[in-house]
Ligand binder design. Structure first.
Ligand code: SAH
Length: 255
């Protein structure tokens, strides 16, 4: 059987249209069918005749399977993620569905288009907090045990890496961020700069910069990205402007 369909997994960035790459915009224009979480699809310009399948945020695998089935029947399909599709998003769900699915899905034309991920947008608001080595951890324990999250927070602290923390509010009543800060206070210095960037690029954007000692998880919601400094992260106060936060390019062996 000749398969003519195509599936492209795209990332539309954290919010503003200016952060949608031209490559992603052209996939959107070209697609006959779009699959994604409803609020993400709502951010894209529509075109007559285009079919939109808005799904719930927790149905990643079944959404990926539906999109693959549509592509297998010959449609040009786009699967939409916020930010970058490879960062805690749809790209791995699509790969997983291909691995588990019918053999015909392996013959499909499947592509991935990167997007601006939330940590890069958040970092750009304050300077260069991720300017040296850093690690990225999701605080969601939907797909992994909380004990593993704590272990990774400790090990990355021992390695003196800056951190980008996604999904800080996925546990009940924001317990994730609260518990993560308790662990980090135990293994990083109290004056470590922390940036809490909420809804970056949108009208409700809020950037809070605090020493780790003052962080208790308040003011954090599901649109917040947390950046935690290393021992080489500095804060420069500026009159009438947000401070600059940056991580020095030179790193020493942690004590
Ligand atoms: N694929 C997305 C991440 C999905 S996980 C990306 O690459 O950005 C969802 C988490 O991303 C949220 O809980 C939050 O931590 C972060 N996030 C997404 N959009 C954001 C925004 N506009 N501002 C701050 N954080 C955001």
């Amino acid at each position: 059987m000749l398969v003519t369909g195509r599936l492209t997994v795209i990332g539309i960035g954290p919010g503003p249209e200016a952060w949608v790459t031209p490559a992603v915009a052209s996939v959107v224009t070209d697609a006959a069918e779009l699959f994604g979480y409803g609020p993400y699809l709502d951010r894209l310009p529509g075109r007559p005749g285009q079919v939109r399948h808005a799904t719930d945020n927790r149905e990643e695998l079944s959404r990926a399977e539906a999109a693959l089935a549509a592509a297998a029947s010959g449609a040009r399909v786009a699967v939409v993620s916020g930010g970058d599709p490879g960062v805690f998003a749809m790209a791995s769900a699509v790969c997983e569905a291909v691995g588990k699915g019918p053999a015909a899905w392996r013959a499909l034309d499947i592509g991935f288009e990167p997007g601006v991920t939330a940590m890069l947008a958040a970092a750009a608001r304050v300077g260069a907090p991720l300017g040296s080595d850093f690690a990225v951890i999701s605080l969601s324990d939907n797909l992994k045990p909380w004990a593993l999250i704590e272990r990774r927070l400790r090990l990355m602290s021992e390695a003196d890496m800056a951190l980008a923390l996604y999904n800080p509010a996925s546990r009940a009543r924001g317990a994730g961020a609260k518990q993560a800060f308790a662990v980090l206070k135990d293994c990083r210095s109290a004056d470590t700069p922390v940036v809490m960037a909420t809804a970056v690029g949108r009208s409700q954007e809020r950037i809070v910069i605090q020493p780790l000692a003052d962080c208790d998880g308040s003011g954090i919601d599901m649109r917040t990205l947390i950046l935690v400094g290393s021992s080489a992260t500095r804060l420069i106060d500026r009159p009438g402007r947000t401070p600059l936060v940056y991580t020095e390019r030179f790193a020493r062996m942690p004590r």
